[in-house]
Write a protein that binds this ligand. Sequence first.
Ligand code: APR
Length: 309
Amino acid sequence: MKVTVVGAGHVGATTAQRLVEGNIADVYLVDIVDGLAAGKALDLAQAAPLVGHGRKIVGGTEYAGAEGSDVVVITAGIARKPGMSRDDLLMTNGKIVTGIVEEIMAVAPDAILIMVTNPLDVTTHIAMEVSGQPRERVMGMAGALDTARFRAFIGMELGCASSDVQAMVLGGHGDSMVPLASSATVGGVPITQLIEPGRLEEIIQRTRDGGAEIVGLLKTGSAFYAPSAGVTEMVGSILRNENKVMPVSVLLQGEYGIEDTFVGVPVKLGAGGVEEIIEVKLSDDENAALRASAEHVRETVAAWERLSK
Ligand code: APR
């Protein structure tokens, strides 16, 4: 199994590390900056005897090395600075992603594409258009991350293992994301029985602001440990055909009453990519929030289409 990771910055290099050290796949790491991907890949290869895995990892600036990839993860682009929204990255990252997907399709036309570059739902839309791939094979990583943040905050609040918290965050990867309080549980107990409504609303808001909180602390970059863990979860489920259920940004064509828009909803991830879109019953408020989030994604795609012409 082989994965190409495009972008050898914080998210890309950490993803590459998780994939080889977790014994999930061989990795080709590519970056536009000469020596960056090659250097980080060599460093990771030299860690292999200490960590104890037999995975291959090489890096370079050329896309030829991506040939034969089962999955391609695209993290290339600029990250947020304090005060910026993900949408502020649109024009720069939209152009970067367009060029990269063209390069990838020329050498690895059968690869499943996982987008990480922000604004996530829009770059995933661009990747699908440029690649001409069916919607099962082009998806965005956001829900896995936003859900992990929600679970971590609930775990911190209750002083329990966050791995015992089951929860889901739907919608676009932005300020309008929709953490589902109604179906979140800890060891099977609804969190609405454990956390009072006002406090729960604060946790939901902290989840929405989870990325910005880290940007504010780091000042010179954005989150990468949890994002790379989210990508790794997706890649593992695809390559091992595990059919794990997690929220993924996928093109909706009528599901949840939403048409032709990428937005995060729960899917089953297996060897074919998105094997099934799962329609969860939402409360009226959650439904309205999901539609508003999709509307925001639609408007950002329209802005891209207008400005990139
Ligand atoms: N081709 C290949 N690599 C590129 C290109 C390109 N056209 N343009 C930029 N890159 C590379 C940069 O050289 C850099 O190494 O992308 C990398 C981005 O790394 P970082 O700046 O460390 O950013 P990172 O924190 O990894 O975030 C990348 O993921 O989570 C999102 O919002 C985040 O959009 C951002 C992306």
